[in-house]
Design a protein around this ligand. Structure first.
Ligand code: C5P
Length: 314
């Protein structure tokens, strides 16, 4: 609900801390087209925001600093290379304000997991600093700044379920009657670098060893409208999956364990190595989580639902 102080906040910024939650994403359909001259691949993807979240808190400060806890602590660099710092600087430059903030990240989304955790944190930094500084950008303006930070960052500003084209940065919402989908998520011990997975797909394609590209997401979009998990399961697909499995052959075991646990579909999320399993309901997701934990094929098993909102204050 609108409150008079909300307008004050957007004009002058916040004096107290601003806390932002941001989801992880999976791709219900990830169609990878040809490699472009700029080093990116043309994509046709359907993004889906799920309820595994990071939390970013922004406070007033005299410089720009970042601290963190949770997933990746001690591994993730907190310097100028960090996407959170780059996002804060990009927003400050766009809005013409000093990049002064003390940022603290609580991470649950694994690093290099194919869940767009780094991109999520960048989106969270844009939304948090916009509120802290009172720069009052629209979501579309935030998405414009986001596109300069990474292909998945604009989607995480919006969340929900959305179509991504171009290199993934051109996002438009998928308008369907709201349905909640339930997932079980298998998180691996070690991450996979996104560029190496795209390069492996190029190598497999050059060698004639990759499946035919999926192309358009029409079938997936049709399945979303039917609101039947079995129909959605049959339509899920990821052109990057053979490349992720080629680089990390044990993923075949994780996907098979999901099928044994009764998943309606088992897919690699984005560039992997996280695997996601579609459940028929929340109870089924819990039962699959127990079975997958017992199968001992990954570091951590979680359940999640989607779609959820993108980066949001509160
Ligand atoms: O956009 P972002 O920085 O997240 O992309 C990381 C890397 O993933 C790119 O440098 C590129 O190697 C690969 N990529 C791609 N095609 C895309 C998106 C990402 O090849 N559409």
């Amino acid at each position: 609900a609108w409150r008079p102080e909300d307008d004050e906040t957007s004009r002058r910024g916040a004096t107290g801390p601003v806390k932002v939650h941001v989801p992880a994403k999976i791709n219900l359909h990830l169609g990878v087209g040809p490699l472009r001259a700029d080093g990116y691949h043309e994509l046709n993807t359907v993004y889906h925001a799920i309820s595994i979240q990071d939390e970013l808190t922004a406070r007033r400060g005299d410089t720009l600093t970042l601290t963190m806890e949770g997933e990746g602590t001690g591994v993730l660099a907190l310097d100028e290379t960090n996407l959170v710092i780059r996002a804060a600087r990009a927003l400050a430059a766009y809005a013409g304000v000093p990049a002064h903030a003390r940022l603290h990240l609580r991470k649950q989304i694994p690093l290099a997991g194919g869940l767009a955790g780094g991109s999520a944190d960048a989106a969270a930094a844009l939304v948090a600093c916009d509120a802290l500084w009172g720069t009052g950008l629209t979501r579309d303006e935030l998405a414009t700044v986001a596109a300069g930070l990474g292909s998945d960052v604009p989607f995480l500003v919006f969340g929900g379920t959305a179509l991504g084209t171009g290199r993934g940065e051109a996002v438009s919402p998928v308008l369907v009657r709201p349905t909640t989908w339930h997932w079980t998520v298998a998180i691996a011990d070690a991450g996979l670098a996104t560029p190496s997975v795209y390069a492996e797909l190029d190598r497999l394609r050059d060698a004639g060893a990759a499946p035919t590209p999926m192309g358009s997401p029409d079938r997936l979009l049709g399945a979303l409208r039917q609101r039947d998990p079995a129909v959605l399961g049959a339509a899920l697909g990821n052109d990057l999956e053979p490349a992720a499995v080629s680089l990390r052959p044990e993923l075949a075991r994780v996907l098979a364990a999901g099928r044994s646990a009764g998943a309606l579909a088992s897919i690699v999320s984005g560039s992997g190595p996280t695997c996601v399993f579609l459940a028929s309901d929340a109870g089924h997701a819990d039962r699959m989580a127990r079975d997958l934990t017992a199968a001992d094929v990954c570091r951590l098993v979680r359940t999640a639902h989607g779609p959820v909102a993108g980066a949001r204050v509160g």
